[in-house]
Design a protein around this ligand. Structure first.
Ligand code: NAG
Ligand code: NAG
Ligand code: NAG
Ligand code: NAG
Ligand code: NAG
Ligand code: NAG
Ligand code: NAG
Ligand code: NAG
Ligand code: NAG
Length: 556
């Protein structure tokens, strides 16, 4: 009997393991189809698969700090799937596929903390509809991933989870806010993970961790049962290591369809209901494809932080042209991410109403604050109940007094309507299939930076456009980044064109093959499968040791 203390594993679980085997199952870079091949051929069991991923989490999470909680039911679920397999009852596109959830998705029996200590005992009474769909399809939820606290920034540091590190360079952030998911999936802690995106948060972690993600069209997937920020901008999606896996995640998550708990889903075109997005992953002849590039979404200053991004994008443009695609240089000055963020971001007007509606809902039990203002009531004390970094002081203060009744909100909505019309015009007048640009104008920022600067996610966020993010390369290697820092590109389309975006992403990825696994600190090792049983005792002990000291806890 060996006992693993999971304390370096962020904060939550003590995991007790009893060893009876010393088998190995190589789950590095595993995909849905590779795991199904070994499971269905009888080469392995679901328990072995789940145990192997848990072993990787135990071995490497202390370096990366991506996981907030393990699911106490994970091995029991694996056993029940093995039982179903033995009876020939194998259904669901995700049968025995280990996944992680960003810790703002409701999933029983774990709390939904948003990474916030003040929400440590906030327990959902039922799964979010998207989580229920993932489970119904056979997924095994391994646990919850860290995030930037309450998904309000892109540094992936929180009062409950501490700072998540980038597996490609432990001195850099993992992007955010879904940075725990990004770092965990890059390190093969699960097959894919969920995320949410209010401005950049499904795309920045994909870009920073050499991964793929989709941000769905607003209205395609219900956001019910997920800790909200913004009615206008929030979306839910997934981050994975290959396009096939995220297309399957999209198929399953969008199968929720119209959801009366989230009325944006009333925008669903009937033709999208029941779509299998994996069918779009066919080879595409790029000859004649017309693709726009947003010149305003680059930083042309020559520095070590920006040039690698510009060079990676140039290589993609050269490749696309060599394959017969036509590149259209879109130079309209309205496509300026800084300006759009400054004039159209609706978050501060919507946050208080949305968060209060979530916290006061009948789907939560526990002793959590019941409103946004209760949550931030200790705002100016030194309590470690939540973390507000200096860059967010103005945001929280503004959100405490703003509403959707403000004139400023109506002005923003009218600017958004104008931008949305302009974007459609850009597509139609240039006959574009997609628009591309780097997710971030510079490399993902180092730990301790004031904000995740240079990101371009706001265009899709306010217009509700779908995006598929793909890895396109790496910066040069350095002492702390043995294979360099990952760089990612957004592929944006008109509403409900997810299928076409996936097809274009595949055409690019088939030729670039840019995804690489991290090698820092032995992440490339095969880890011995270690568990035959474990019990879970949640313990709340904030690991704040590695939060840069310039971020005072609970003070803003
Ligand atoms: C197969 O398993 C599912 C999930 O446990 C169950 O709902 C269903 O009834 C089973 N089907 C058969 C034929 O046993
Ligand atoms: C949609 O839901 C939001 C809040 O969830 C609410 O403010 C709005 O009035 C609803 N709109 C319609 C048309 O029902
Ligand atoms: C792609 O289409 C073009 C034009 O139709 C054709 O000339 C070319 O051979 C095709 N390429 C491939 C690889 O099939
Ligand atoms: C930029 O990168 C080069 C080569 O990788 C290195 O020699 C130089 O010190 C870097 N400059 C800065 C300011 O970090
Ligand atoms: C787009 O046009 C701008 C300004 O004319 C130019 O600086 C830039 O290099 C062009 N970009 C591409 C991808 O051709
Ligand atoms: C983009 O907008 C910002 C803020 O309004 C402005 O300072 C900047 O000059 C603009 N960039 C360009 C290239 O026009
Ligand atoms: C917290 O203190 C700041 C600076 O003194 C002040 O602007 C802000 O209104 C205070 N916030 C609350 C919720 O009391
Ligand atoms: C609306 O969009 C057009 C471009 O289509 C732009 O020229 C104009 O400045 C925008 N209007 C406002 C008020 O931003
Ligand atoms: C462009 O990069 C430079 C150097 O890293 C930086 O100082 C500047 O703020 C960046 N500009 C934008 C718009 O991101």
């Amino acid at each position: 009997m060996r006992v693993f203390m999971a304390i370096p594993l962020v904060s939550l679980a003590y995991v007790q393991l009893s060893m009876s085997q010393s088998l190995t199952l190589d789950v590095r870079e595993a995909t849905i189809s590779s795991l199904h091949a070994s499971l269905f051929s009888g080469a392995t069991t679901c328990r072995d698969i789940v145990s192997s991923f848990i072993a990787r989490i135990e071995r490497f999470n202390p370096d990366i700090n991506a996981i907030i909680a393990l699911n106490p039911d994970a091995l029991a679920i694996a056993d029940s799937l093995d039982m179903r397999f033995s009876r020939g009852n194998v259904t669901g596109a995700l049968f025995c596929i280990p996944i992680l959830l960003k810790d703002n998705f409701d999933a029983t029996p774990m709390p939904s903390t948003g990474g916030c200590l003040a929400l440590r005992s906030s327990k959902p009474t039922q799964d979010a509809p998207t989580v229920a769909a993932l489970r119904y399809a056979g997924a095994v939820i391994l646990g919850k991933a860290n995030l930037h606290e309450l998904a309000l920034e892109g540094l992936s540091v929180s009062s409950l989870g501490g700072q998540t590190s980038n597996p490609y360079d432990f001195q850099r952030t993992a992007g955010g806010s879904s940075g725990g998911t990004g770092a965990a999936i890059a390190a093969s802690f699960a097959v894919f993970g969920t995320g949410t995106d209010t401005v950049n948060s499904l795309r920045s972690p994909a870009s920073a961790n050499s991964l793929f993600s989709f941000r769905p069209t607003r209205g395609l997937i219900s956001r019910a049962g997920v800790i909200p920020v913004s009615y206008t901008q929030d979306t839910v999606g997934a981050i994975g290591r290959c396009l096939e896996d995220i297309a399957t995640a999209l198929t399953v998550m969008s199968s929720v369809g119209y959801d009366p708990r989230d009325n944006v889903t009333s925008a669903l075109p009937p033709s999208t209901i029941g779509t299998d997005y994996t069918t779009y992953l066919t080879s595409l002849n790029l000859t004649g494809t017309r693709i726009g590039v947003l010149e305003g979404f680059f930083n042309r200053t020559v520095t070590n932080e920006t040039s690698p991004v510009n060079e990676a994008m140039s290589s993609v443009l050269t490749l696309l042209r060599s394959q017969g695609a036509t590149i259209i240089n879109v130079t309209d000055t309205i496509y300026n991410a800084t300006a759009i963020l400054g004039t159209m971001d609706t978050q501060t007007h919507e946050y208080r109403e949305e968060l209060t509606s979530y916290l006061s809902s009948p789907y939560l039990s526990g002793h959590q604050p019941r409103s946004m203002s209760d949550l931030y009531a200790l705002a100016n004390s030194t309590s470690p109940e939540y973390l507000v970094i200096p860059a967010q002081h103005a945001y929280i203060n503004s959100a405490l007094r703003s509403s959707t009744g403000d004139i400023a909100y109506l002005v923003k909505q009218s600017l958004i309507a104008n931008l949305t019309r302009t974007l459609r015009s850009t597509f139609l007048s240039n006959r574009l299939g997609a628009i591309i640009y780097p997710e971030q104008k510079n490399l993902v920022v180092p730990i301790g930076s004031a904000s995740q600067s240079g990101r371009n996610g706001i265009l899709a966020a306010v217009t509700g456009s779908p995006v598929v993010t793909v890895p396109i390369g790496f910066s040069p290697a350095t002492a702390s980044a043995p294979i360099g820092i990952p760089i990612g590109m957004e592929i944006l389309g008109l509403p409900f064109t997810e299928g076409g975006l996936l097809q274009l992403a595949k055409a690019i990825d088939d030729r670039l093959h840019a995804r690489r696994a991290p090698v820092t600190n032995g992440l490339e090792e095969i880890v011995e499968m270690s568990t035959t049983s474990y019990t879970y005792v949640p313990t709340i002990k904030p690991d704040t040791g590695n939060i840069p000291h310039e971020y005072p806890l609970g003070v803003y």
